[in-house]
Design a protein around this ligand. Sequence first.
Ligand code: GLC
Length: 564
Amino acid sequence: MTTAGTPALQTADPQQIELPEWWRQAVVYQVYPRSFADADGDGIGDLPGILSRIDHLRELGVDAVWLSPFYPSELADGGYDVADYRDVDPRLGTLEDFDRLVDALHAAGIRIVVDIVPNHTSDQHAWFQEALAAGRGSAARERYIFRDGTGPDGSEPPTDWVSVFGGPAWERVADGQWYFHNFAVEQPDLNWDNPEVRADFVRTLRFWADRGVDGFRIDVAHMLTKDLTEPLPSRAELESLPRDGHHPLIDRDDVHEVYAEWRAVFDSYDPPRAAVAEAWVDPARIPLYARAESLGQAFNFDLLEADFNAGQFSRIVGSNLLLAAESGSSTTWVLSNHDVVRHATRYGLPDAERGEDGRPVRKHGNEWLLSGGTTPQLDRARGLRRARAASLFVLGLPGSAYIYQGEELGLHEVAEIPDAQRQDPTFFRSPGEDMGRDGCRVPLPWSADEPFFGFGSGAPHLPQPSWFAEASASAQAGDPTSTLTLYRDALALRRRLQTAETLEWIETGREDVLRFRRPSGWTVITNFGTEPFDLPEGAAPVLTSAPLDGGRLPGEATAWFDAL
Ligand code: GLC
């Protein structure tokens, strides 16, 4: 459907689906399946639900969809605790539903990327259950990381290490041994020195690639391999060790032996399957993951940690384009995902306090997120205004752009979740300090006047706030000023203006205004400040995130020009 003032939609050409390097400048839409659309009314989003909303994705104009895990899971970590890598959670559908979804997406010219979680399994995985039953010294325990405890009776953990989600990184089992988990207790780490583990993941990759999957997102790609030679270092020693490729747990050089093997698998398909690494590593080491011999592309998460600030944005763009050039890959722009506070809300909060390394140290207590909460108060209108400007800035950049479900509706973080209904382990490990990630995972509002905002016929697994009515897709679809219309227009124009993967910065005379030009002439100007910016004489934008003020770009706004 086109709306007033909207250029005719150009959808992806199904004939182009074979292009080998389609991912380089793709717009990839992240679906968090349990919260996207619920077809069977059990309150949990499912694969038939996604199938029923393909029109939304086609009208939006995305090139690919990335599905967060939809595999059988006890949901100790939102599905990132996988009990079976080669099946669909029965609450989400069947393998036949998956095949239907792949076919329907491909028919709409949209590729599909699935999430692979190789660092850990669920504790419900058959392998872990076997390891528990088989006992110490067994081959089944060798697939994981089991150790004896310390202290006279072994009742102390092997080390004082802490998990990423907080709390001890070791858990004791009935016979007294301990297993290692980087994340939740229910997510035992696999032993990547074990050839059986390696062979099984190759089987999983082939399983999905054979079903027509176009690419893979690799969860915590920097943590798989470990050096656990005794004596193990203490937590303090571990934290002081450099992350130079030889750290015992993080970003080890030898992880790329795994990816070299995977690369051979990806390249055995025509077209080769793509992959993108989720690797939270020193930026200088990102190219190792993004090289063609390794996964081929890596996430750049710098904008997730940046304020809405011209200096920070220009430094991040510059450094990531250089890193991408170094690896021969293209970069990825991410403003929101299922792990962070939505950017419309982040940008409505005061700028982050920063540690010595420049990274934000602020934790979001809930009172920060509720509109009208205690000081410092969230300014929702400002957050959305800046989010629209930042999104248009990012969608004009070279490389691929990731959109997290609901960001095309300008959704804010949902703060109104009672503690009793929260699900995220990070909340339970540090209650009150870290509100966890449920607030960006609330089931989507599709319609203003259907039950549960059109998500499904049953009460959703996380409660939806009343303001979802005006944020819903149906409320926005016909409105030329809505965020949904802005995204649709931007993606259609991006397809038309797309060009080589470079940009040229153009001086604006103002520190808080950035201007860049792509080789086709496509030009983006973003005003990060609050004072309006005088546009060049006669310049007529093809798209803006906010109405122009005469010949001036208002504060906290972006304009696109097809040639300037
Ligand atoms: C990644 C996922 C996150 C998950 C973690 C453990 O960071 O994005 O959601 O909790 O891995 O699998």
